[in-house]
Design a protein around this ligand. Structure first.
Ligand code: FPP
Length: 259
């Protein structure tokens, strides 16, 4: 029989649930290959998993959800797959925008816009403008996004202000750089999840992930569901986030040792 009193006395304190979860949705191709299906089918099922993730995040009280749906390096894929992914993005906005809006989701899209087709560009603007005042969940879709490019663009903006004599270089700090990134106004991710077992960032939120916790799940993205999200949150809550300081427990031990 469980002894709840002694368990709670010895169990480490669980941290608060994450306010911002970012997800690298990986493994669509492998999911499809394992079933003898075309890669497009994996991406289609990936969109369904994305819908489940958005719903679950809202239900679990997550305030910010960021997903990596097309990287600046994904242009290296075969033209047909690029066209399929562009098509899925358009369909996602056309089919899901009304529901997202009705559910109180604010949609932001981060990434470069200049090399996207005009019809996609206007859909992205429409999604952002329609949902601008929603507050239930902040969904950021990283589309045509690359973190190094984002940081280089911020550097260019700041250098330009210095060159024009509008900015003293001594005033450049972390807050100013934050404000020049695509994610301006969005808090840093607390938890970054990557599916399909790979353990790398792949040019995603490099600056913003300075103190994020990483959880790598073995399952492929099309199988992602609320249970997987809860599992990742549970792992996150068992971690001790110290931000370069010492844990509360170690600090107390230190105080006793010094007393
Ligand atoms: C990684 O799987 C996934 C992507 C490159 C795209 C993610 C896209 C979706 C979840 C669907 C599209 C969603 C929107 C909103 C457009 P992979 O193809 O790299 O899989 P693999 O590593 O197994 O080949």
């Amino acid at each position: 029989m469980r002894n709840e009193a002694s368990e709670s006395a010895t169990a480490p304190a669980r941290s608060a649930p994450p306010r911002h979860i970012a997800i690298i949705m990986d493994g669509n191709g492998r999911w499809a290959a394992a079933r003898g299906l075309p890669r497009l089918e994996g991406h289609r099922r990936g969109v369904e998993a994305l819908r489940r993730a958005v719903r679950a995040a809202g239900e679990l009280g997550v305030s910010y959800l960021t997903v990596y749906s097309f990287s600046s390096e994904n242009w290296r894929r075969p033209p047909q797959e690029i066209s399929d992914l562009m098509g899925l993005m358009k369909r996602f906005i056309r089919n899901d925008l009304a529901d997202l809006h009705a559910s109180g989701v604010r949609v932001r899209i981060i990434g470069a816009r200049d090399n996207l087709a005009p019809d996609i560009r206007s859909l992205l603007v429409e999604a952002e403008e329609l949902t601008r005042d929603n507050t239930k969940l902040n969904l950021t879709v990283a589309f045509n996004y690359g973190s190094r490019q984002e940081i280089a663009q911020a550097a260019r903006k700041i250098a330009q202000a210095v060159a024009e004599g509008r900015l003293d270089p001594a005033r450049i700090d972390e807050t100013m750089i934050d404000a020049c990134l695509d994610t301006q106004g969005v808090p840093d991710p607390d938890l970054i999840i990557r599916t399909s077992g790979e353990q790398r960032l792949s040019n995603f939120l490099l600056w913003q992930s300075a103190y994020a916790e990483f959880v790598f799940l073995p399952g492929h993205w099309p199988d992602f569901d609320r249970a997987a999200l809860e599992e990742a949150i549970g792992i996150y809550q068992s971690r001790d986030r110290r931000y370069g300081a010492v844990s509360i427990q170690d600090a107390k031990t230190g105080e006793l040792a010094g007393a």
